[in-house]
Design a protein around this ligand. Structure first.
Ligand code: AMP
Ligand code: MG
Length: 430
């Protein structure tokens, strides 16, 4: 009897992969926009980017020194310098169209164009200038203490990017260096997916966030503050819709407003079996929802669905559980990858990095049909491996303990992990 009840309960639990597949299939990118490259960091490219320019656009010097013909330095060494006449000077930004003749050198700065005829640059540290500076009319001599080869300290045109190169593929995240490259190839207005605007709201009559003295039964709100940060960390824009009381009308108004103003909605609380679970009551009525009991711990209750809004938009709604640690875990496992997909990221960038880690202390659990997501402190040890220790309290209400964790161990159903055992671990870093 007891065994039957246990298995039927297990059967109704939804595997996390199933919930994830459902969520991801319903979350998609919006129409691309163009954005100024100076503020494009964090966006994702919505098309391949090819270059119509060479970078660098012309051959130039990699050092401050003297442009020469390499053959003119043959035999040069520390004790037997070669002497060349200095016939000119080219600074960065100058046209650099003075020809270099045999047996002469031209003073040249880093980034200045190579003069025609020169095929190498000797850095100033390997030279000695004989005579007056600022007078490069051919009457001055530079001694060169190093034999050069053709191409030394020279950066060829197109060394970095060539005309016609496909520089970045669609789906590339514009990291600061990517933005720099876009600027370098004159892609001033890249095509990107819009930043995902996410409404974040908490529900519950017990919640307070105005700093006032707690009345009996009240607690301070924490999830919304945390979720706003998690949304931002996922690369999306978090919009604060505040605390909504356990009142169906109030909640419906706010949800409908959020659906017209945002691309996704994240709620916390009110999705389980309680009598005042108004999120469940309202969303069941106004949206197309899936109410799930996930085969995971913490974060068993989870809701996902689509709320129709003006212009035939379907806005994904993530109904996260109210217990703060559960809220965090279900955001990480389900909302974060979906928001990353909506932002245009390629699949490998939907999730946090995962790595097999060594348990430095036992991870205790018993068989219950669920995957356990244990919050752990991870560090790399001298063996080059990641080692983990569970944070002291694993209760779903104990956010302070979870806040010390920098990783989450994915503990499969069973007896847990012994000291020295391996366990897949999600790193809470981008
Ligand atoms: P619920 O899912 O609404 O039944 O809430 C489950 C537990 O989480 C209750 O103890 C709530 O008081 C708590 N809780 C719900 N929302 C929040 C919140 N935004 N901040 C802190 N605790 C919350
Ligand atoms: Mg509640």
């Amino acid at each position: 009897m007891v065994a039957d009840a246990f298995t039927s309960k297990l059967r109704s639990l939804v595997p996390i992969q199933e919930a994830r597949a459902l969520v991801l299939s319903a979350c998609n990118t919006s129409e691309p926009i163009t954005i100024d490259v100076t503020v494009a960091t964090g966006y994702v490219l919505a098309g391949d980017v090819s270059s119509s320019e060479n970078v660098p656009p012309f051959a130039n010097s990699a050092v401050d020194g003297y442009a020469v013909r390499a053959v003119d330095t043959d035999g040069a060494g520390l004790t037997q310098p070669v002497s060349l006449r200095v016939v000119g000077e080219i600074a960065a930004g100058a046209a650099g169209d003075v020809d270099l003749l045999d047996g002469t050198a031209i003073r040249i700065m880093t980034g200045a164009p190579m003069p025609p005829g020169a095929d190498a640059v000797v850095m100033v540290e390997d030279t000695k200038f004989v005579g007056e500076r600022h007078n490069f009319d051919g009457s001055q001599i530079v001694q060169i203490f190093k034999e050069l080869r053709s191409g030394d300290a020279l950066r060829g045109a197109g060394d970095d990017v060539r005309v016609g190169d496909m520089v970045f593929q669609s789906g590339t995240e514009i990291r600061p260096s990517v933005a720099g490259v876009l600027a370098s190839i004159n892609c001033r207005k890249p095509l990107v997916y819009p930043r995902v605007r996410v409404a974040v709201l908490s529900t519950g009559d017990e919640l307070i966030d105005d700093g006032s003295v707690l009345a009996p039964g009240q607690i301070r709100e924490s999830n919304r503050t945390m979720l706003m940060g998690l949304v931002a960390q996922a690369g999306a824009e978090a919009i604060d819709y505040g605390i909504i009381r356990d009142d169906e009308n109030a909640l419906e108004i706010v949800l409908r407003q959020a659906a017209t103003e945002c691309d996704a909605i994240v709620t916390s609380g009110g999705v389980s079996m309680g009598d005042y679970d108004v999120v469940k009551a309202v969303l069941s009525r106004i949206a197309e929802m899936h109410w799930m009991q996930l085969a995971i711990k913490p974060a068993k209750p989870f809701a996902f669905g689509l709320l129709q809004s003006a212009g035939d938009r379907s806005v994904p709604v993530f109904g996260l559980p109210g217990n703060p640690v559960s809220s965090l875990v279900s955001f990480e496992l389900l909302a974060r990858p979906a928001l990353r997909k909506m932002a245009g990221h390629i699949e490998v960038a939907w999730d946090r990095p995962m790595i097999k880690a060594i348990a430095d202390s036992p991870i205790k659990r018993s068989t219950d049909g669920k995957v356990h997501y244990q919050r752990v402190i991870a560090r790399f040890d001298n063996d080059g491996r990641l080692h983990i220790d569970s944070v002291r309290s694993q209760g779903s209400h104990q956010l302070a303990a979870t806040a010390l964790a920098n990783a989450i161990a994915v503990v499969p159903d069973g007896d847990g992990v012994v000291v020295g055992g391996e366990v897949l671990t999600i790193l809470l870093v981008s």
